[in-house]
Design a protein around this ligand. Structure first.
Ligand SMILES: Nc1ncnc2c1ncn2[C@@H]1O[C@H](COP(=O)(O)OP(=O)(O)O)[C@@H](O)[C@H]1O
Ligand SMILES: [Mg+2]
Length: 449
């Protein structure tokens, strides 16, 4: 009946405004079937209907309707086979012409023979009869201009006109979206009656899940110019509006995930740095439990990042609290949102307290990290007052330090040179840092500044 074969459409190809509106869309509609199309804004629903109606030619693929290859047919030629109703009640009718004239025009549309514009009394009677079926009292207002009608009345009339000659195909593009709920219900009821009575093959776009479930015998969900779901048969019979919403929800979640991958590639702030922190804390903690993994997952979801896979075991050398601090330093360096930094701190606190025992190491590193993050969040500009310095005892040591810590700050002090490892908030943490260098055989000390 209608065969849409592998059609694609790119708008403004080769320019900055290029849009891939349809990509390899194929759909086969049996005669008398009623397909409802759903999808987010911009997913290509209207473009698909416009491609069928011939508002533009497709870039590739083909369209067959009632045995004709209509791919190259101009719009007006297709209009002989296709009836259309748009979202806007003001399109599709001539506002200054009367109801009767509009209907007569519709009855003639695309046909050389027909009712004609001359409205003799028998024609008027036929029009009156058809309009009466709308149950809107319009049969007594046949000579009123269409422009004087409400949106609902107009859409009902447009629908009547579009289906007047029992088109091979009826295209409805959110035709009740601009109406108040009561009028929308009326027009939907009418849609149902006309389509079932005349068994018109129909493609209807709607944003209402309830409409999608109540009407038609097949549902297609579009996304980014493609058919994502095609639901028919028993799956269609058993589907609920909640199921459909669930599919949108899944889609949203997947796209957020996709976006964060994209963001990562574009250097989205903090994603890599946050991952490094989580991996490092997993290393410090060593016993990662379900609760801790859940904490990371929650945080990741809230900030739309992909949580690292920590179930593989610690990535860092066990107990490396220096690595954790360095990860936090790197993270703060990229100026994350204060809200995120605060939340991260919460997560880390929960994390450390999640197991029954807080190790000394954990307590020390948490003190340091808390102070760092708080200084960042409050823009205090305050640096830790515990500075760790290495004082080389020989020139060999100076060379060793320079190669061990390239870029380290060197200061002259009392005729010699001292190297500053950094300034820390926690005295205990500074001690741990000292010990690391002492273990390397370097004279290292903590001074207060
Ligand atoms: N005539 C056009 N020119 C340029 N871009 C268009 C045109 N029609 C639609 N688009 C673009 O194609 C995409 C799909 O639009 P559309 O089919 O109207 O979406 P939907 O009806 O699902 O909300 C959108 O990005 C839209 O901006
Ligand atoms: Mg649309």
């Amino acid at each position: 009946m209608l065969r849409i074969s592998d059609i694609s459409k790119i708008f403004n190809a080769g320019t900055n405004d290029q849009v891939r509106a349809l990509t390899n869309v194929s759909l086969d509609l049996e005669e008398g079937s009623f397909l409802v199309i759903i999808g987010t804004n911009g997913s290509g629903k209207s473009t698909l209907l416009n491609a069928v109606a011939g508002s533009f030619s497709v870039d590739s693929g083909s369209l067959h309707l009632s045995g004709h290859n209509i791919t190259k047919w101009p719009e007006h030629r297709r209009a002989k086979l296709i009836g259309r109703v748009f979202q806007n009640p003001f399109s599709g009718t001539a506002p200054s012409m009367s109801i009767a004239e509009n209907l007569a025009l519709a009855a003639r549309r695309g046909r050389s023979r027909g009712l004609g514009l001359a409205l003799d009394s028998s024609v008027r009677e036929e029009l009156r009869g058809r309009v009466r079926t709308l149950n809107m009292g319009l049969e007594d207002r046949l000579d009123n201009p269409i422009g004087s009608l409400s949106g609902g009345q107009r859409q009902a009339l447009t629908l009547l006109m579009a289906s007047w000659l029992k088109p091979d195909l009826l295209l409805l593009d959110e035709h009740t979206a601009a109406l108040d709920p009561k009028s929308a219900d009326q027009v939907l009821q009418l849609t149902h009656e006309i389509i079932t009575r005349d068994k018109i093959t129909t493609l209807m776009v709607t944003h209402s899940m309830q409409q999608a479930v109540n009407l038609g015998n097949r549902i297609v969900m579009m996304n980014k110019g493609r058919v994502l779901h095609d639901i028919s048969g028993s799956a269609r019979e058993n589907i609920t509006a909640e199921d459909l919403l669930g599919r949108f929800e899944d889609l949203r979640r997947r796209e957020q995930l996709g976006d964060s991958i994209g963001g990562l590639l574009l250097g989205a702030k903090g994603v890599t740095e946050l991952m490094a922190i989580f991996e490092a804390i997993a290393g410090v903690d060593q016993n990662l439990d379900a609760r801790e993994i859940a904490l990371i997952a929650e945080f990741s979801q809230r900030w739309q990042i992909i949580p690292p896979d920590l179930t593989e075991g610690p990535v860092q050398a066990p107990g490396d609290i220096l690595a954790l601090r360095e990860c936090v330093t790197n993270y703060l360096r990229i100026s994350p949102p204060a809200e995120q930094a605060t939340e991260l701190l919460d997560v880390l606190h929960h994390f450390v307290n999640a197991d029954d025992m807080v190790s000394t190491e954990e307590a020390i590193v948490m003190d340091e990290i808390s102070a760092m993050i708080m200084a960042y969040v409050t823009h205090s500009g305050v640096l830790g007052k515990h500075e760790v310095v290495i004082v080389p005892q020989t020139s060999e040591q100076s060379i060793a330090i320079a190669s061990l810590l390239p870029g380290i700050d060197a200061t002259s002090m009392r005729g010699g040179t001292v190297y500053s490892v950094g300034r820390f908030f926690s005295a205990k943490y500074a001690e741990v840092v000292c010990e690391k260098y002492v273990a390397l055989g370097l004279f290292t000390t903590r001074i207060e500044v």
